[in-house]
Design a protein around this ligand. Structure first.
Ligand code: FAD
Length: 297
């Protein structure tokens, strides 16, 4: 275990040498590289949401570094007039170190973002050990800042209630399937049932929610959402599709060409190993892509 941790440490030469494998999903390690990627997306009519990779920080210094990176990123987005907002993981802002500090850092980010043309800040959802704390922090700051919204994971059995609460608050929700390994006591395990749960919550958010983000690459869900919106007379301006950088880029562009709002999640930074690992374990297509880039070298 210690060996793996050393290999995956951001400063290790293993990580540096193997970054080319992650490059399909993580455009770079710096703010500048992420902004370059969003500029290209903007040129094709897509918007972005930038995420500084890193999670589970265990000390105040790392949480402060995350806060400073977001403040710097927001200043650069404003200066360069790039069409993107930001996504943040609360454990990277010190949630596990000191919840009050995490709230104060998040509020500083929300204050800075409020001066931008797109002031919205998305709070990513992490593993179930922090679901309650993440939603607690969200509701705490939402009472003072409206430019923030949570993520709901369709695989969690609790999620229909979380969706209803967000609808009641008029909060903007990103709905995704969920990317963490969770026990069967709290999470639905089979894909058809996750898809069914996803669609039920998507319909609730489309019908009664506030500008939901439909985050998926799943063609069955995307087609069902398009059909539902059409049948119910819900305009294309009332929601957005969200997809991950490097995943089904041709679909991202074809949705935008069809007039849908499309936002691409663009992660960057040196802590790319955990994110990269989640992409590999959720889809064989992603593994094939990485194997092809190894063979091509
Ligand atoms: C914008 C965005 C933000 C997210 N934020 C969070 C978050 O905050 N918390 C969290 O837990 N999770 C998050 N996720 C991850 C999410 O929970 C899923 O793990 C991830 O999106 C995979 O589920 P899926 O619905 O996209 O499709 P999957 O279940 O992976 O795939 C469904 C179908 O989509 C197609 N497909 C998918 N990927 C590919 C590919 N690479 N090539 C070709 N076809 C493909 C295939 O037809 C496949 O059968 C986010 C996802 C997105 C898109």
């Amino acid at each position: 275990m210690a060996v793996i941790e050393r290999l995956l440490a951001p400063e290790s030469s293993f990580q540096t040498r193997f970054f080319f494998l992650a490059k399909r999903f993580v455009p770079g390690e710096t703010i500048a590289s992420a902004l370059d990627a969003v500029r290209l997306l903007n040129a094709d009519g897509l918007t972005g949401t930038l995420d500084f990779l890193g999670e589970d920080v265990t000390n105040v210094e790392d949480a402060t570094r995350t806060r400073d990176t977001y403040l710097d990123m927001l200043a650069q987005i404003e200066r360069e007039a790039i069409r993107t907002n930001v996504s943040v993981k609360l454990t990277a802002l010190g949630l596990l170190v000191d919840e009050a500090l995490c709230v104060s850092y998040l509020e500083q980010i929300l204050d800075r973002a409020s001066h931008l043309p797109d002031p919205f800040v998305r709070i990513d959802m992490e593993g179930s050990s922090v679901t309650d704390a993440t939603l607690r922090v969200f509701e705490n700051v939402f009472s003072r800042h409206r430019n923030v919204g949570p993520v709901v994971q369709a695989y969690l059995k609790r999620s229909p209630a979380d969706v209803e609460r967000a609808i009641e608050l008029h909060a903007r929700v990103r709905l995704c399937k969920g990317a963490y390994a969770e026990p069967a006591t709290i999470a639905i395990a089979d894909m058809p049932s996750i898809r069914k749960a996803y669609l039920r919550m998507a319909e609730a958010l489309l019908g009664r929610g506030t500008y939901p983000g439909i985050a998926t690459h799943d063609p069955r869900i995307i087609d069902a959402v398009k059909a539902y919106a059409r049948q119910q007379g819900i305009g294309k301006d009332r929601f957005e599709f969200q997809l991950l950088y490097g995943v089904r880029p041709e679909l991202q562009r074809s949705l935008a060409r069809d007039g849908y709002n499309v936002r691409v999640y663009v992660p960057f930074g040196t802590h790319w190993a955990g994110y990269f690992y989640r992409r590999l374990t959720e889809r064989k297509e992603n593994v094939f892509f990485v194997l092809r880039s190894l063979v091509a070298r």
